[in-house]
Design a protein around this ligand. Structure first.
Ligand SMILES: Nc1ncnc2c1ncn2[C@@H]1O[C@H](COP(=O)(O)OP(=O)(O)OP(=O)(O)O)[C@@H](O)[C@H]1O
Ligand SMILES: [Mg+2]
Length: 267
């Protein structure tokens, strides 16, 4: 038998047999969960997780970031166990900018471990600041209300992308934004993320947002949690406002909505 092992695409994220209990195994919040995401090093990918509140979405991101270990099961990132895993960045449910630093220093922080001079870091950070539309704000403190909620979230996204992580975890990053700012942030993200070739794992409650941004959508059932649906989003790779006018986009939103209801009825 030929051995194909070396030619198989490896999983950048590999969660197997995951279980989570907080009371010594009497109740399981997560049970028998698998989450296997293949590496696509030259193009990056955008994976979305949907699921009811309390279904364990933030918990899964914490496993991948190495901030928490599951009660049972194995977590491997890029083929390695957690403690050796690197280059995972996280944008949290609430703003994760550092309010005592300027916008420029916040964004440049993403580069601090990459052995560049301060001038070089600032130059690259300014390019990113332009990309996220905050040119002119670079010397302001990254705090509310000096910057608005959407601007602060752009700072966090800019810093995370500039760090060029293999995996970028985004936990409802636009959840606290008004509708207009949220749409602008979606457009911004859909426009720029391709340049960075990261695997993005994005958690949201917004189905339209999931379809607009995602290549793959995974739906979690609750009590106990595990993935029970996977939808491939067959829309063009590059999404624009026009994508939302396409018939297939609307069909996919309805399809995902139906599946969410089916999954919610599972218990
Ligand atoms: N230390 C803990 N002890 C007991 N239960 C916990 C603990 N930490 C988390 N949980 C439970 O784990 C479950 C999953 O929480 P998690 O924050 O991952 O959900 P989520 O899917 O991100 O929800 P949301 O959509 O509201 O952000 C919740 O039911 C929560 O109550
Ligand atoms: Mg959460």
């Amino acid at each position: 038998m030929p051995n194909f092992t070396d030619t198989e695409l490896r999983n950048i994220i590999d969660l197997r047999g995951i279980g989570q209990s907080y009371d010594g195994g009497q109740n399981w919040i997560i049970k028998d969960l698998e989450f296997l995401i293949e590496d696509k090093p030259e193009q990056g990918q955008f994976v979305v997780i949907l699921g009811m509140s309390g279904s364990g979405k933030s918990t899964l991101l914490r496993y991948i970031a190495g901030l928490q270990e599951p009660t049972e099961g194995s977590v491997k990132i890029d083929g390695k166990p957690l403690d050796e895993a690197q280059r995972v960045s996280m944008v949290f449910q609430r703003y994760s900018s550092l309010p005592w630093m300027s916008v420029l220093d916040n964004v440049a922080l993403g580069l601090q471990y990459q052995g560049m001079s301060k001038n070089e870091r600032n130059e690259k950070a300014m390019e990113m600041i332009q990309l996220i539309g905050l040119d002119g704000h670079q010397h302001k403190y990254a705090q509310y209300p000096t910057l608005s909620g959407g601007q602060l979230q752009r700072v966090a996204i800019g810093r995370s992308l500039l760090a060029n992580p293999q995996i970028l975890l985004m936990d409802e990053p636009f959840g606290a934004l008004d509708v207009k700012t949220r749409l602008q942030m979606q457009d911004l993200l859909s426009k720029i993320w391709h340049q960075f070739h990261s695997t993005i794992v994005f958690v949201t409650h917004d189905i339209a947002e999931a379809v607009y941004l995602g290549d793959d959508i995974y739906i979690l059932k609750s009590a106990p949690s595990k993935f029970v649906r996977h939808i491939k989003v067959d829309l063009p790779l590059i999404r624009t406002r026009e994508t939302k006018r396409e018939k297939r986009y609307t069909e996919l939103v309805h399809l995902v909505e139906d599946q969410m209801i089916e999954v919610a009825d599972m218990g």
